[in-house]
Design a protein around this ligand. Sequence first.
Ligand code: NAD
Length: 273
Amino acid sequence: MILDGEKISKKLEIELKNKVRKIKNKLKLAIILVGDDSASKKYVEKKQQKCKEIGIKCEVLSFNKKVITEDLAKEIKKLNEDELTSGVLVQLPLPSHLDSRKILDLVSINKDVDGLNSYNLMEILFDRENILPATPKGIIRLLEEYNIELKGKNVCIIGFSDIVGKPLVMMCLNRGATVSVAHIETRDLKIHTLNSDIVMTATGVAGLIKPDMIKRGTVVIDIGINKKNGKIVGDVDYENVKDKCSFITPVPGGVGPMTVISLIDNLLQLGKK
Ligand code: NAD
């Protein structure tokens, strides 16, 4: 069965629209975009479009790829203090001369719509989840919508970035799962995936997960977004893996739309405060 992120996110969008209307559409998202990376620009456009559809103001502040930390810091400080701005998002990745962790920590925890400030990430560690990073939040919501329990399950998470894998590990632990974390140095990935009820993959390697790595009935969450032969594909060899799964997310149309809608949900959470 397909975990239809497109359908669930549409349902959540209607709920969010009503909530936004109730607070008289007073939300505003500010997005900081550095450089001219085409993928980043596309993601920002998607976020802008979704805000428009829901009735939220969205302002994009674009900076030259050579921008220095001090100039970004000045702008973020202004946005932190601006009463009309409900959330501030720094589009990642940033150019390599900038320290992403330092920049993300400049965003006030009251405006941290992406949940990537160190404080908000640390709260997950102590099971005091507040504003959650959008992709892990969207994945957990998708599982909940399909009544897929994490408690007591063996979960394998492949890839441990600060924005996806690491928070996801903690969020699964917080929900009672037994988690194994695999990565580029993992010797035999198959041992871990075959021992799992749920496999979540965020590596950026197209076709990494093959049918012989998945036992029958596994839930597969494909977070990867890769370009292959001009098409967007995930980390999973979808056509050959799908029949072995009890549930699987397609790419596109799985985790992606859940990420965008979770971001808007975070904005509403901050806006209410
Ligand atoms: P990243 O790119 O920072 O790191 C990749 C991770 O994968 C590392 O931990 C690495 O050890 C692991 N890895 C790489 N090759 C591997 C291999 N052959 N075997 C096992 N592990 C391997 O991670 P990221 O920023 O989380 O991005 C990962 C993927 O998820 C990318 O394709 C990205 O576009 C996608 N992504 C999707 C969404 C979404 O909303 N769907 C959001 C964020 C990222």
